[in-house]
Each structure stands twice: as C-alpha cells, then as structure tokens.
Design a protein around this ligand. Structure first.
Ligand code: NHR
Length: 158
C-alpha cells in the first residue's frame, strides 16, 4: 500500500505511484474508489490507458456527492459515466454511460444503490472491450468498435 500521507506533495505521491505501477507494465489502469486527484504528470503518463467510472451523467456533477446534488436539482434521471482520465477532473473523453430514472421516494442511498448496479455492468464491459482492442483513445477521441449506446435501466425496486 502506498499511503499519500507519507508524501509531502501530490507530485511526490503520484511519482511513487507511477513508479510502482510501471514495474507491473500494465496495459490498462482502472480507478476504483480512488479518491485522490491525480496530477497532470500522472494522467499524461497513462493517457489512453487509465479509466474511471463516475457516478453521474457527465458533464453534469463532476466531483463529489453526485447523488445528493442530482436530487437537490430535481433531476429526473441520473446515472454513471465511464471515461478516460485526463488532468481535468471528471472531464476526460466519455466511453459509455448508464441511465436510471430518479424515483419520487429516492434518497441519495437508494439512488446510489441503483446506479451501482449499472456501474457493475458498464465498467467490466469497458475493460473487456479495451482488452479486446475494441476501445481506444486516438488523438483525444474515443474510438469504439460498437459505438456503445447508453445503457438504460428501467425503474425497479432495490
Ligand atoms: N484525477 C484526475 N486528474 N482526473 C480525474 O478525472 C480523476 C482523478 C482522480 C480521481 C475519480 C473521481 C470520481 O469519479 C478520479 C478522477 C476524487 C475527488 C476529490 O475531490 C474527486 C473526484 C474523483 C476522485 N478528491 C479530493 C482531493 O483533494 C479528496 C477527497 C477526499 O479525500 O474525500 O484529492 O469520483
């Protein structure tokens, strides 16, 4: 484990992180509950081979507390977005999106739970497509063989 608190700056933490990751020569990095904003040096180094899934329909609600913010805005739909990570937080090129209806009695937890089910479909699917060579970032644009449409989930009880 690499603990960011042991480093005096984001740059130093990210440099150690990248050094450690590179020793494994990975084809793809997949962020999961990774809560530290990554430096431009790091995101540039892994450009086109670093994915994130964010629990909102980007470009709406980048950052934190997305479900609460969607509810407060009175949104009728919400969802999640798989994207390639760039220096600008939650603004990288979009790979795929999943959509759920927001129900009248939803709270942040019930909405999060419904969206999480979609995340568990979309994220592995994106990794599978990347591994199969069907998903690439070319000149900052997503190149996808099947041009994946949004995944829709009809309202259903948790
Ligand atoms: N880094 C870059 N450069 N670009 C992205 O798109 C990133 C990223 C790092 C993480 C995941 C992201 C999410 O989808 C992610 C995407 C952390 C924060 C944050 O504010 C925001 C979004 C995401 C992850 N982090 C605070 C920070 O100062 C710390 C918050 C905390 O510790 O609770 O790093 O959700």
């Amino acid at each position: 484990m690499i603990d960011h608190k042991q480093f005096s700056s984001r740059e130093a933490f990210d440099a150690k992180l990248a050094e450690t990751i590179d020793s494994f020569q990975p084809d793809l990095l997949v962020l999961e509950s990774f809560m530290r904003i990554l430096t431009p040096e790091f995101t540039r180094h892994y450009e086109g081979r670093l994915l994130n899934i964010h629990p909102s329909l980007l470009p709406a609600f980048p950052g934190l507390h997305t479900h609460q913010r969607a509810l407060e805005m009175g949104c009728k739909i919400a969802g999640c977005t798989v994207h390639f990570v760039t220096a600008e937080l939650d603004h990288g090129p979009i790979v795929s999106q999943g959509v759920v209806n927001i129900l009248a009695d939803d709270n942040a937890d019930s909405l999060a739970a419904r969206i999480l089910k979609l995340e568990h479909q979309l994220y592995p699917d994106a990794v599978r497509r990347f591994a199969a060579g069907q998903l690439r970032l070319i000149d900052g644009k997503v190149l996808s063989h099947d041009n994946a449409p949004a995944t829709l989930m009809s309202p259903q009880p948790n």
